[in-house]
Design a protein around this ligand. Structure first.
Ligand code: SAM
Length: 226
C-alpha cells in the first residue's frame, strides 16, 4: 500500500471508474487504427506527436534500461520502449486497459514487458532508469503531481518524462465549468497546470520540453531530471 493523500486516492478512484468502465471501448478505439471521427483523428495525431516527443527525451538505445510506463493505458508507449530494447513495466489502475495492452503486444516484445494492474506509484514496482507518464498525471492537483514526482524520483536513476494539461484560456474555462456540474458518468476532470509551479515544487529539476497542439489535443511535455 502507498501512503497517498485523500485527494490523490479520490482522483485515482474516479480515473479507474472512468477508464475501467465508462470509457474503455472509446479508449480502445482511439488507441487503435480503427476509423474515428474527425475530432478524434486530431487527438490521435496529437498523441502520436506527443509520444514521439517524449521518446526523443530518452536514449535511442534503451538496452539494459528498466523503464516504467506509468498509467500505460492500452500499452502503445510500452511497445515503443520495448522495441528500443528496454525492459518495461506498464502499470495502470484499469485492469480492463491492462488486458487490452497485454493482448495487443506483439509476441516478440512480450518477454520485454510486464503489465501490472495497480497504482503507478506503488513502491512494489521497484526502481527504474527512466519513467514515462503520458497523460496520466493530467487529472491530479498541483500538490498531488509534485508529490507523485517526488515519490517516483526517489526510485528513478534517470529522467521522468511526463505530460500536463496547460493552463490555456480554453482548458481553464472547461475545467471551471466542469467543476460546477456533477458528472453523471464520474468522468475525471483534466486540471490545467502552470508548469512553472510544478518546476518550483520540484526545486528546479523540471524543464519544459515542448507543447503539442493538435485540434482538441493540447498537452505540455516536461522532463524531471535526477
Ligand atoms: C489518458 S490515459 C493515457 C494512457 C497512456 N499513457 C497513453 O498515453 O495512451 C490515462 C491513463 O492513466 C491511468 N492512470 C491515472 N492515474 C493512475 C494511477 N494513479 N495509477 C495507475 N494508472 C493511472 C488511467 O487508468 C489511464 O489509463
Amino acid at each position: 500500500m502507498i501512503d497517498a493523500s485523500a485527494s490523490y486516492t479520490g482522483t485515482r478512484d474516479r480515473v479507474e471508474d472512468y477508464f475501467d468502465r465508462t470509457a474503455t471501448r472509446v479508449w480502445e478505439r482511439l488507441t487503435s487504427d480503427a476509423p474515428v471521427s474527425r475530432i478524434r483523428r486530431t487527438v490521435r495525431a496529437g498523441r502520436e506527436r506527443m509520444r514521439a516527443t517524449m521518446l526523443a527525451c530518452l536514449p535511442a538505445d534503451l538496452a539494459g534500461a528498466r523503464v516504467l510506463d506509468a498509467g500505460c493505458g492500452a500499452g502503445q508507449m510500452c511497445a515503443e520502449l520495448a522495441a528500443r530494447g528496454a525492459t518495461v513495466v506498464g502499470a495502470d489502475i484499469s485492469p480492463a486497459l491492462i488486458a487490452i495492452a497485454g493482448a495487443r503486444l506483439a509476441p516478440q516484445l512480450r518477454p520485454k514487458v510486464t503489465f501490472v494492474a495497480g497504482d503507478m506509484l506503488s513502491p512494489e514496482l521497484g526502481a527504474f532508469d527512466h519513467v514515462v507518464a503520458m497523460d496520466s498525471l493530467i487529472y491530479y492537483s498541483t500538490p498531488d503531481i509534485a508529490d507523485a514526482l517526488a515519490r517516483l524520483a526517489g526510485r528513478t536513476r534517470g529522467s521522468i518524462v511526463f505530460t500536463l494539461a496547460p493552463r490555456t484560456p480554453l482548458l481553464t474555462l472547461m475545467w471551471r465549468v466542469g467543476r460546477l456540474f456533477p458528472r453523471a458518468d464520474r468522468s475525471p476532470l483534466m486540471v490545467p497546470q502552470d508548469h512553472r509551479a510544478i518546476a518550483r515544487a520540484a526545486a528546479g529539476r523540471v524543464r519544459h520540453v515542448a507543447r503539442v497542439s493538435s485540434g482538441f489535443y493540447i498537452s505540455d511535455c516536461l522532463e524531471h531530471r535526477a
